[in-house]
Design a protein. Structure first.
Length: 351
């Protein structure tokens, strides 16, 4: 998939490219039902393996009914049986299943879910009903001045494993080798503003939270004297738990630490997504961190909020977590990686 197709916004047009689905059983009945698509499909154009190397056949491997994709008996499309999806014994990380009591969520990094998912390209007549990320030009005047006047821009990426891009196909060395959403965003930024030398440093570390982010802000962010900092903490904070008040203090502290070294540095704060709703005890606090980021942006010049978490939740209101996960718990698969990049791009796109 070329960059232009990968980054075509989900909220525009009548065609969705390579939307991911996973066929897995209902936790109560054990039956493998249809895979919901974000928009009810009018016409299926193509169904392939997630690496695009196998093309499945309509009415042999799948069929469309009431806007949903059904897997035929004996289909070549992968499916997971009950014991494979709801584990009898814990995986390497023990996470109890909320929907299948006595079972455990399958935490499986390294491309396992990527190999099980399929990619669906289809036409639809549906409408986007969620929020649309506003452009941050008025919030980030120095960043836009640099880009639009051909000045160099140093970007720093800071956060946890989502900011690292863990388990996207490119990081797993699997076709189609999609890079993390940050790299997709940077590629777009360089193409959109070729006159500006855009450089980037990624100092994110998987498994970290905003406490760590504040502790390390001097040596991992401020020392680089970045012009624009993308910050994405919150997924892991919920499990400690770090309450919203401390989360806010940590994020404000990161900004303050960086600006002690470079006063004009500007910030994009990504709202946290959520872990899989089947992961018992993993999803309590992430949505409560989002108003905190709004409060920071409201009283701090040079700070904008990126609605990645809210966009993810809209998608999960129509799809299941298994359809869009890369590790069963909290990492973005290729489809969600593209959505995160699309939201970031809209943040930096003037009307």
């Amino acid at each position: 998939m070329d960059l232009q197709t990968a980054l075509k916004p989900l909220w525009e047009g009548d065609t969705v490219f390579a939307e991911s689905v996973l066929f897995f059983p209902d936790p109560v009945t054990g039956e493998i039902g249809p895979a919901p698509l974000f928009y009810p499909a009018d016409e299926i154009l193509r169904v392939t393996s997630s690496d695009f190397m196998i093309e499945y056949k309509e009415n042999v491997d799948y069929y469309l009914e009431n806007g949903r994709l059904f897997r035929t008996p004996g289909s070549a499309i992968p499916a997971m049986d009950y014991d494979a999806y709801y584990l009898k014994e814990p995986a390497s990380i023990s996470i109890a299943s909320a929907s299948a009591p006595g079972r455990f969520v399958r935490y499986e990094p390294g491309g396992f879910y990527h190999r099980k998912q399929a990619a669906v390209t289809y036409r639809h007549s549906g409408a986007w009903t969620g929020l649309l990320q506003p452009c941050a030009a008025d919030r980030l005047p120095e960043t836009f001045r640099r880009l639009e006047h051909g000045a160099p821009l140093k970007v720093l990426l800071y956060g946890d494993s989502l900011m690292e891009g863990c388990d996207v196909s490119g990081r797993c060395q699997l076709p189609p080798y999609l890079p993390p959403f940050t790299e997709l965003f940077l590629r777009w930024l360089r193409e959109r503003y070729p006159q500006s030398a855009v450089t980037a440093v990624n100092t994110a570390v998987g498994g970290t939270n905003s406490d760590w982010g504040l502790e390390q802000a001097g040596g991992r962010v401020a020392v680089h004297e970045p012009d624009l900092v993308l910050v994405n903490f919150g997924m892991n904070d919920s499990g400690w738990p770090i309450l919203p008040e401390r989360y806010e203090a940590n994020l404000r502290g990161i900004i303050r630490t960086v600006r002690e070294k470079k006063r004009e540095a500007e910030f994009l704060l990504l709202t946290p997504g959520v872990a899989g709703p089947d992961c018992l005890g993993w999803t309590k606090w992430q949505p409560h961190y989002r108003p905190v980021l709004d409060a920071i942006a409201a009283d701090t010049p040079g700070v904008a909020v990126v609605r990645t978490g809210e966009t993810q939740e809209l998608i999960l209101s129509r799809k299941r977590y298994g359809d869009v996960t890369a590790n069963g718990v909290n990492h973005l698969n290729d489809f969600m990686t593209r959505i995160y990049a699309q939201v970031l791009i809209r943040t930096m796109s003037r009307a």
